[in-house]
Design a protein around this ligand. Structure first.
Ligand code: HSE
Length: 451
């Protein structure tokens, strides 16, 4: 008997699929349609044992799945499985089902970023206790292989920084604001009409989705536990057409970035203690930066490591088939371990670095402000920066006329870009500027990254 004949007649590994929405349907279809290839790659057939759904009566005749496999009894399904794929999303019942699956000895593949960001360590502990695998490539940036590269390929290097565009909805909205001059609300409505944004886009536009992904990326990159609620988060709802225009004038583009950095908290006398800064907020980045060219709903993750240098991972961050590609890759990996023995990497949190406050994050600000055009104003503005220890990199002034006739006034628009400084000092500077008599309005404040 040849080796491949031997492999295909081996006892199948039982796979339970929890959830049959957009991603689950693609996973089910790929499991069935690619069965022969998957068998050859794993060394044993993968048998779809059942698909747990909430509504068993729903028409799923488009799927090549035996209708008798659909069940509402997820609890008993996970007890019969060697591998459980969880694509339900949310915290419960996903967490209980994953815990139960591991207790019964099943390896788990999940796409559940919210659960991992909230409770990753307890899932890792359950996997270690049971001696099974926990894989979750699809939880961050959909189809893009990024977690395994960080967790395995870069395991011998020192990752310094991860900058990600990890939410397609917000990238689509910001891209439209950039290319059409639309405001935020108009761009969101267009994104909803085209199916890029949910009817309730809160999780995306307020940055919750990206914050969960940032927590997962930072935990892996820095061997440190970072939970979703430790991630500083600002969404894109306050980004205005004026901010996007200001970015354009700097040859920059506004992106919602997930930023994970190994850095130093500056204490008395500038002495640093190591820590990690993990944050999600809109920022200007140069159009020439690799992330500056990421358009539409695409995702990308830019990694800087000591020895590897700069790496860029780009692709589709959402959608049924792209996400199912990442899920199936994990299924093959964990299935191979069950055939050949051994396990993939577990939790690595040995570095245990402190997660720094946002005020300690080192960043740069772009500030536009309208001021009176009279002697001494520039000196007042410069003093506000100096008093907070913030160094100005560039300042540009443009005269603007406001009002008409007797109300006509000469004003100046100042555009200041700072050097790097702690975020607390930068935001205190903005507050001080806002309080100056000579400042009519601070029209745009945006962090600058990637240069
Ligand atoms: N809603 C996410 C996005 C995809 O817009 O990228 C799932 O994480």
């Amino acid at each position: 008997m040849s080796e491949s004949e031997h492999e295909t007649t081996a006892e199948p590994l039982k796979v339970a699929l929890l959830g049959c929405g957009v991603v689950g349907s693609s996973v089910a279809r790929m499991l069935v349609e690619h069965a022969d290839d998957l068998t050859a790659r794993v060394g044993r057939p993968l048998h779809l044992e059942g698909v747990a759904v909430r509504r068993p009566g729903r028409d799923r005749s488009d799927l090549p799945v035996d209708p008798s496999l659909f069940t509402t009894d997820a609890e008993s399904l996970v007890e019969r499985a060697d591998i459980v794929i969880e694509v339900i999303g949310g915290i419960e019942p996903a967490r209980s089902l994953i815990q139960a699956a591991m207790k019964h000895g099943a390896s788990v593949v999940t796409a559940n970023k919210a659960l991992l960001a909230e409770d990753g360590p307890s899932l890792y502990a359950a996997a270690a206790d049971a001696g099974v695998d926990l894989y979750y490539e699809a939880a961050v940036a959909g189809a893009i292989p990024i977690l395994r590269p960080i967790r395995e390929s870069l395991a011998g290097d020192e990752v310094r920084r991860v900058l990600g565009i990890v939410n397609g909805t917000t990238n689509y909205v910001l891209d439209k604001m950039d290319t059409t001059g639309q405001g935020f609300h108009e761009a969101v409505e267009q994104a909803q009409a085209l199916g890029y944004a949910e009817a309730d886009p809160t999780a995306d536009v307020e940055g919750f989705d990206a914050a969960a992904k940032a927590a997962i990326l930072a935990s892996l990159a820095f061997h440190t536990r970072v939970s979703g609620d430790q991630v500083y988060r600002e969404g894109i709802t306050e980004v205005s057409a004026a901010d996007v225009q200001a970015a354009r004038e700097m040859d920059c583009v506004v992106k919602l970035l997930a930023i994970c950095e190994r850095t130093e908290a500056l204490g008395e006398g500038g002495v640093g203690t190591p820590g990690v800064s993990v944050r999600v907020h809109p920022a200007m980045i140069p159009r020439s930066h690799p992330l500056g060219g990421v358009r539409d709903a695409y995702n990308a993750v830019f990694v800087e490591a000591d020895a590897a240098g700069q790496l860029m991972f780009y692709g589709k961050g959402a959608g049924g088939d792209p996400t199912a590609s990442a899920v199936l890759g994990d299924v093959v990996a964990v299935a191979r371990h069950r055939v050949g023995g051994g396990r993939g990497p577990g939790e690595s949190a040995y570095a245990d670095l402190p997660v720094l406050d946002m005020g300690q994050a080192l960043t740069r600000y772009h500030i536009s402000l309208d001021v009176n055009d009279r002697p001494g104003v520039l000196a007042q503005v410069a003093t506000a920066f100096a008093e907070h220890g913030v160094s100005i990199e560039t300042v540009r002034q443009q005269l603007i006329e406001t009002g008409e006739g007797e109300d006509a006034q000469k004003q100046a628009r100042l555009v200041v870009v700072t050097h790097t400084a702690p975020d607390a000092a930068l935001s205190a500077t903005v507050e001080a500027l806002t309080g100056l008599d000579s400042v009519h309005e601070v029209t745009s404040v945006m962090r600058v990254e990637g240069s």
